[in-house]
Design a protein around this ligand. Structure first.
Ligand code: FMN
Length: 336
């Protein structure tokens, strides 16, 4: 964390330049707490349908839950309807007290974008203008949005960014791929630089960051105010401290895995927490020399004691391998 704000979202200071991306199925309270402990400086919920907020579903209460000290906290919502977005925003403010409200204009799945929500909104600039004008005028907190390049036939990210800014948006985050690209091909960082040049409100750059060096490269190359990391942070929260997993000792790696696991079990119920943790543990261990069988055993542990026992076994094996590796290195002839 920095001592001075790096930038402001309207009047809200942000003390850092690396942010955990909103990710459905991953951006829960425990994962956000973990990433924040390593330096993520702004906390997004995953996207929540305005319809779920207005329809009395129990989902939003879990997805928009925040720890008391979690600031700035950003609640992300989506819909194709200006009215629903407005009503949902009012309800989110009353129930969950976010510091910032974000409109998802990036989701490319057919279920969302096909109905004109998510990146579907980028096809209707008038709707974007209406939504931001209304929300920014009538709600007391800053309104922001997360976009893509646009659709293949019309990459209108600069136009949409300008419309957002003119309509009162306080920040734009961009994942520079088209709707059709989904997550394929490379994120086009040049588009982040172009958007930053075109706007005076803060711009967050996103896409394909997996190492601490990538963070600095994106910041330098695009001039963006902060970078946002999604997939590259799963099982790799050290990236927020600009540390790479390769620098960690086995003990540090397993301490973080256990911390994350206990947070999950404490927050979700045991069965749910255990099953939700599987996708994380796979990512934590993916770059280590473990057999498929070892990973499978860990993933299928039936209860908490069994999981912790198998985790300890894996840790022990990796530690032994680390020692053997170190002693082999020590035996090498010195080149000095
Ligand atoms: C599993 C998953 C879930 C996602 N859910 C959301 C979401 O709820 N809201 C959103 O704005 N973007 C969502 N995204 C997009 C990410 O925020 C980010 O823009 C994208 O993954 C590119 O960044 P990365 O290369 O750092 O992962 C999701 C991405 C993934 C992989």
């Amino acid at each position: 964390m920095m001592n001075e704000p790096r930038f402001f979202v309207r009047d809200i200071p942000v003390y850092g330049d690396v942010i955990l991306a909103p990710m459905a199925g991953y951006s829960d309270v425990p994962h956000r707490a973990l990433c924040r402990s390593f330096g993520s400086c702004m906390q997004y919920t995953e996207f929540v349908a305005a319809e779920d907020i207005l329809g009395g579903s129990r989902k939003p209460a879990r997805l928009m839950d925040f720890k008391p000290d979690e600031h700035p906290r950003v609640a992300q919502i989506f819909s194709h309807s200006a009215d629903r977005l407005f009503n949902a925003a009012v309800s989110v403010l009353e129930r969950f007290s976010p510091d910032i409200l974000d409109i998802n204009m990036g989701c490319s799945t057919r279920r969302v974008s096909g109905r004109g929500a998510g990146v579907g909104m980028m096809k209707t600039p008038l709707l974007v203008a209406e939504v931001f004008e209304r929300l920014a005028k009538e709600l007391p907190i800053p309104i922001t949005g997360k976009i893509r390049l646009g659709w293949e036939e019309n990459e209108n990210y600069v136009e949409i960014g300008r419309i957002m800014q003119e309509s009162g948006a306080s920040l734009v985050a961009i994942h520079p791929r088209t709707k059709e690209q989904k997550y394929n091909g490379e994120a086009r960082w040049a588009a982040i630089a172009e958007l930053k040049q075109a706007l005076s409100i803060p711009v967050i750059g996103n896409g394909d960051i997996t190492t601490p060096a990538d963070i600095n490269t994106m910041l330098a190359y695009t001039g963006c105010d902060a970078v946002m990391i999604g997939r590259g942070a799963i099982g790799n929260p050290w990236i927020f401290a600009r540390r790479s997993r390769a620098e960690l000792t086995t003990a540090q790696l397993f301490d973080a895995i256990r911390f994350h696991f206990h947070e999950m079990i404490a927050y979700h119920d045991t069965t749910h927490g255990l099953s939700m943790f599987r996708k994380f543990v796979k990512k934590y261990l993916e770059s280590y020399p473990l057999s498929r069988e070892q990973v499978r055993e860990l993933m299928t542990a039936a209860d908490v004691p069994m999981f912790l026992m198998r985790l300890a076994q894996v840790e022990h094996e990796l530690e032994s391998a680390e020692k053997i590796g170190a002693s082999k290195l020590a035996q090498l002839p010195s080149t000095g």
